[in-house]
Ligand binder design. Structure first.
Ligand code: CDP
Length: 226
């Protein structure tokens, strides 16, 4: 891995605030923002378009090797656009019908290897901030600064429910609860690159913190000498 520019890595479960915080920090520090979850989501969407069962590992691995994912972040509007094979899929990948399958495909070792390659390539030569489930442990374990964001499950469920409502994606709070509980378990117990707190990652419990307070803490840590 040749990475000479500083990387900021953030991990944590769904609803812990990773994307919101990473976007703000990207804007403030002029960093290239990489939402790695969006990449797994794009793959899940491609599988759906092709009618592939998320449990069909062989077929999923095959499409993961021939996928074109691009991320474009506009700091001024805080908008991330996700392109799958040249098409804007930013909204489609957030739908519950995709969310429910993404952890299943993210368990596959070869899929992860493929995604890690893409993520490192995207970050190459850039000052970048990446967020996901394995950034501090696998993708960039030697990142300049590493964070693990967390929050109580009830708070994370509430945040995600409000976020989807805000995006006008119709969903029941009970469905959000089921999804987050399922993904928490699947992502943290899978065999390959499970979500876990790296010992040297800065842990921030965001349950009772505002977005500005978390941004402030993260910025302070980034400005400290390593
Ligand atoms: O935004 P949210 O936290 O709900 O999820 P996401 O970051 O969009 O990630 C969706 C799913 O992709 C996660 O639940 C994981 O199963 C998988 N993922 C992963 O395995 N590794 C990553 N680095 C990022 C996401």
């Amino acid at each position: 891995m040749t990475q000479l520019k500083p990387i900021i890595a953030i991990d944590g479960p769904a609803g812990s605030g990773k994307s919101t915080i990473a976007k703000r920090i990207a804007k403030k520090c002029d960093l290239f923002y990489i939402d790695t979850g969006a990449m797994y989501r794009a793959l899940a969407l491609k599988a759906k378009h092709l009618g592939i069962d998320p449990e069909n590992n062989v077929a999923i691995v095959k499409i993961s090797k021939n996928i074109n994912i691009e991320l474009k972040y506009e700091a001024a509007s805080s908008k991330l656009t996700v392109f799958l094979d040249g098409k804007d899929v930013s909204e489609e990948i957030r739908k519950p019908s995709i969310t429910e399958h993404v952890s299943t495909i993210a368990k596959i070792k070869e899929v992860r290897e493929q995604m890690v390659l893409l993520q490192r390539k995207m970050a190459e030569g850039k000052n970048a901030i990446l967020e996901g489930r394995d950034i501090t442990t696998v993708v960039f374990p030697d990142a300049y600064k590493k964070f693990y964001l967390d929050a109580d499950p009830e708070e994370r469920i509430k945040r995600r429910f409000l976020e989807l409502k805000d995006k006008k994606i119709a969903v029941d709070e009970a469905i959000v609860q089921k999804d987050i509980t399922f993904r928490d378990k699947t992502d943290s117990t899978r065999e390959h690159a499970p979500l876990k707190r790296a010992q040297d990652a800065i842990y921030i419990d965001t349950t009772h913190l505002s977005i500005d307070e978390v941004v402030c803490r993260v910025l302070k840590e980034i400005q400290k000498k390593p």
